[in-house]
Design a protein around this ligand. Structure first.
Ligand code: CA2
Length: 145
């Protein structure tokens, strides 16, 4: 089973500011945590991060026929990107959406997610742990299919 783990804009800046919202750990530590989570679930993986909407769309398109599942934290594009929603619909690869913070308890503009419309599950407010849960839940979802 092979998963593509996508992180959107500014997630590469984690740990630099707003530790009260996103925690004190940095992006390198997040990648290490994701790697361990995939290994403990026996899942092959590739991590991808971009600050550019079109690059994320290209990456999702290139996943077609290559990856069994996608875990995505679209970051700010969560709330704005019909293009990412359409790309996920186009490839029809089962996707779990993750947010480090609980977007339902934040500013109104963060409470809407386009990606939730296609995601098999959305995990919010669990910090890095949310990625581990996303990987585990996606593996179970694919096993059950
Ligand atoms: O809670 C999440 O995981 C978010 O997807 C994170 C995004 C935010 O735009 C979403 O609404 C919720 C932000 C990613 C990181 O942004 C930083 C902001 C300040 C300092 C460092 C990173």
């Amino acid at each position: 089973m092979k998963f593509l783990i996508i992180n959107g804009p500014n997630i590469n800046m984690l740990g630099i500011r707003e530790p009260g919202v996103y925690g004190a750990q940095n992006f390198a530590q997040l990648l290490e945590f994701i790697g361990k989570s995939c290994e403990e679930n026996g899942v092959e993986y590739e991590c991808y991060q971009s600050n550019h909407e079109g690059d994320i769309v290209d990456k999702i398109q290139s996943a077609y026929g290559v990856f069994d599942g996608i875990v995505i934290n679209p970051a700010a594009y969560t709330h704005t990107s019909v293009a990412i929603l359409d790309a996920l619909k186009a490839v029809a690869i089962p996707t779990v959406e993750v947010h480090i913070s609980d977007i339902s308890q934040r500013e109104e503009f963060r409470q809407f997610s386009y990606v939730s419309m296609v995601a098999v599950k959305t995990i919010c407010g669990m910090g890095f742990e949310g990625y581990r849960k996303a990987i585990k839940d996606l593996k179970e979802y694919l096993g059950e299919k």
